[in-house]
Design a protein around this ligand. Structure first.
Ligand code: F6R
Length: 243
């Protein structure tokens, strides 16, 4: 596990965008695993800036997103489909048919999760998976549990996640209660993992997840067992790690 410490969010975003664009340059038709949430917004902005300068070309890139709220339509501005189009897909030369987000409108959860898992396999797996980190240690929407969920599945969001995400909705009642997410097994199959995290509010969970025991109670802790993980974190997020 390699940890890059940056002075702030801007530098974290630039470093993460650097790593992602290096991947695209090395393998133009690579599969990028992408995340939503507030953390990657700066990374996507930086990628868009470099695309506009002609430094990075997305024409052959393929993507798979980690997760999607169950029940939200694509035109709902809180859906992760909408988020990805707003922050990245509509701003670069990626082919829309090469982008994939779980279909939140498919009510048959088993069918959708199976389709998504197979799709990732048929693309040859994920070359680099971008991850954020939830306050409770979740990655994707893999919430603390007594076991590590393997494949793409439907989850019930925890109160802590509903609370954290309500800032994007009119009220907590509007936050969907379920989501489709890649499983821990799906994430662990990615060839490389890039986790980004910033801010003092995540300092405790960073320390627990990457310096504590590997346990499904802290889903991100499993990343300690992946052979190629890069964490890019600002000083504040790393302020509680052991010496
Ligand atoms: C989003 C996702 C989540 C977020 C996490 C952190 O696709 O998978 O695991 O990465 O909830 O969210 P932010 O970045 O908003 O703190």
């Amino acid at each position: 596990m390699k940890i890059y410490k940056t002075k702030d969010y801007k530098e974290m975003s630039r470093k993460a965008a650097n790593i992602l664009s290096a991947q695209v340059i090395l393998k133009p038709d690579c599969v990028l695993g992408l995340a939503t949430g507030s953390t990657p917004i700066g990374t996507y902005d930086q990628l868009v800036e470099w695309y506009k300068k002609g430094d990075v070309d997305f024409s052959e890139v393929r993507t798979v997103n980690l997760d999607e709220y169950r029940g939200l339509t694509r035109d709902n501005d809180q859906s992760y489909y909408y988020f990805m189009h707003e922050h990245l897909f509509d701003r670069v030369n990626i082919k829309q048919e090469n982008t994939n987000v779980p279909d939140g409108t498919e009510s048959d959860a088993d069918k959708e999760c199976e389709r998504y898992e197979k799709l990732i396999g048929s693309m040859g797996g994920v070359d680099i998976q971008l991850l954020g980190l939830g306050h409770n240690g979740h990655i994707g929407f893999n919430e603390p549990d007594s076991i590590f969920a393997k494949a793409t599945h439907c989850v019930n969001l925890t109160e802590s996640t509903i609370e954290a995400n309500k800032r994007f909705f009119a009220s907590a009642d509007d936050v969907p209660r379920q989501a489709y997410t890649m499983g821990i097994g799906t994430i662990m199959k990615a060839k490389k993992i890039l986790l980004i995290v910033n801010g003092e509010a995540k300092a405790d969970i960073v320390s627990k997840a990457f310096f504590g025991p590997v346990t499904p109670e802290v889903p991100a802790s499993i990343l300690q067992l992946h052979s190629d993980v890069v964490i890019v974190a600002d000083e504040a997020a790393l302020s509680k790690i052991p010496e």
